[in-house]
Design a protein around this ligand. Structure first.
Ligand code: ADP
Ligand code: MG
Ligand code: ZN
Length: 477
């Protein structure tokens, strides 16, 4: 390829606080329109914003996890623009002095790892939402829902260090993992808790001057992000190849058509007339608080993957699957802490557990880690077969009942009593003299037939190991 893409992302993440950033209203999603509002977030005259301490705490945590410098003093600014979902006519954000700056994260890129610089992380309030459905004439009227107005966001701006659409999606995934493991954002892209703008340019390979960039607005899935960037790279290369010039502009991605199109050019770019927010004093951060938070920072996904591989001896694949969702990883660790071998716990969690969680959701899990550990040891002690264990698991998952009780109630215990099995085997051999002769004549395959017969006679409860052993014993006579 003659050209090299250059990409920088601006990612918005909604913080998981109970109340909004400058007032006490709830941040709960899915409420009736305008239920979560008060004079502050409605932008009524004469009110004053009060900063939510939790928002600052969460932003510092993200800054620490991404190796940023935490500013001792940062300031809020007014970003002025007019839009019906913005009742004050400005958004309170941070501009010249953000809370966090100059950090980095590591991403996997083409089989090796690569550092992506974080320019800044700042706090801001979200805007409300326009609702077009249900208006008496959608072409003439819309509704305004201000439940989302004043909900806390952080904006994470990267350096232009990404070099492919794949890199960009890896980077976004890495940020999502960090946010979710810190438990400061739910990472839900469909609900808009995590969204991003991508800045894309191309330059001749080996050049040290970046090309002119276009900014693609508001993508809310990894797939769209990757598609939009790939399309944009090709579009810009085509322009350069045909002797044209890329213009700086803001573009929108149409996910149905898979193309980006111009939304506004540089001439129409917003002039936000930023100035310091006079209603909020500069924010001073106590160094002791930062140290306290850095000590309490939870273990992140990459560190867990390392630990599962190094300390528990799991294959890297297992470690990746288990950690892709933090509650699943926590459950897996709790099972291991109950004394289950890591690989056995991993097989069960990656198999049955994740399968049912995908179907029914983590919230519906009634099973405790202790109960899964018990089910695994019931199999290992040969009290129940592997297939019976799946039935027990499904029941305990949904009901939280005691596994031993379920085994008894459903009559799933295996028969390992050798005398009982021997009596059954004798009967079957006697009734099938032809097959016995075939086996003794060298047709090993007939053994499977006999095992099947014993299982049928014992309603699947005979321990297959014992059955095989006794069959071989009696057929050898
Ligand atoms: P703005 O506020 O206008 O969006 P910023 O300077 O904050 O501009 O840059 C936004 C993003 O654009 C950053 O993530 C940065 O890495 C990226 N960026 C800057 N220049 C380029 C470029 N030439 N090509 C691609 N991305 C770029
Ligand atoms: Mg921008
Ligand atoms: Zn409010």
């Amino acid at each position: 390829m003659k050209y090299e893409p250059v990409i920088g992302l601006e990612v918005h993440a909604q913080l998981k606080t109970n109340s909004k950033i400058f007032c006490g209203c709830s941040t709960e999603f899915g409420k009736d329109p305008n239920v979560n509002t008060c004079p502050v977030c409605l932008g009524l005259p004469g009110v004053l914003p009060v900063l939510n301490r939790k928002v600052v705490e969460y932003t510092i945590m993200m800054g620490l996890a991404t190796h940023c410098r935490i500013a001792q003093e940062s300031i809020f600014a007014r970003k002025n623009y007019f839009y019906p979902d913005l009742p004050k006519g400005y958004q309170i954000s941070q501009y010249e002095e953000p809370l966090c700056a100059d950090g980095w994260v590591e991403i996997r890129s083409n089989g090796s790892s690569k550092r992506i610089g974080i320019t800044r992380i700042h706090m801001e309030e979200d805007a409300g939402k326009l609702v077009h459905e249900g208006a008496f004439d959608a072409s003439k009227a819309s509704f305004v829902d201000l439940n989302r107005a004043c909900v806390p966001l952080i904006e994470i701006v990267s350096e232009p260090d990404l070099r492919s659409a794949k890199d960009a999606s890896e980077y976004m995934q890495t940020l999502r993992d960090i946010l979710v493991y810190l438990d400061i954002c739910d990472g839900n892209m469909e609900e808009g808790s995590l969204r991003c703008d991508a800045n894309v340019s191309v330059m001749p390979r080996g050049s040290d001057t970046f090309g002119t960039r276009a900014e693609i607005k508001n993508m809310n899935s990894f797939r769209f992000l990757q598609q939009a960037i790939e399309y944009e790279i090709d579009r810009q290369i085509d322009i350069l190849e045909s002797g044209g010039e890329v213009v700086q502009e803001t573009r929108l991605f149409d996910s149905d058509k898979g193309v980006t199109s111009s939304m506004r050019g540089k001439e129409e770019a917003h002039d936000y007339r930023y100035f310091p927010e006079p209603d909020l004093v500069p924010l001073r951060i106590d160094q002791e608080w930062v140290e306290e938070l850095s000590v309490k920072l939870p273990e992140l996904r990459d560190a867990r993957i390392d630990r599962y591989v190094t300390d528990m001896g799991l294959p890297e694949y297992d470690a990746e699957v288990l950690t892709s969702d933090r509650p699943v990883a926590d459950f897996f660790e709790a099972v291991v802490n109950k004394g289950t071998k890591p690989k056995s716990a991993s097989n069960w969690v990656m198999g049955e557990f994740i399968r049912i969680v995908k179907e029914k959701g983590m919230d519906s899990a009634r099973i405790t880690p202790e109960q899964l550990a018990r089910i695994i040891s019931l199999v290992e002690e040969a009290t129940i077969s592997g297939s019976a264990a799946k039935k027990v698991f499904e029941d305990v998952f949904a009901t939280g009942k005691d596994p031993d009780g379920v085994v008894k109630e459903k009559g799933l215990a295996q028969v390992s009593d050798e005398d009982a099995i021997r009596a059954e085997v004798k009967k079957i051999l006697k009734n099938h003299p032809d097959e016995v002769a075939q086996f003794r004549g060298g047709r090993e395959k007939v053994l499977g037939f006999f095992v099947g017969q014993v299982m049928k006679a014992t309603k699947g409860k005979a321990n297959p190991k014992v059955v095989n052993k006794i069959l071989r014993e009696l057929l050898a006579e």
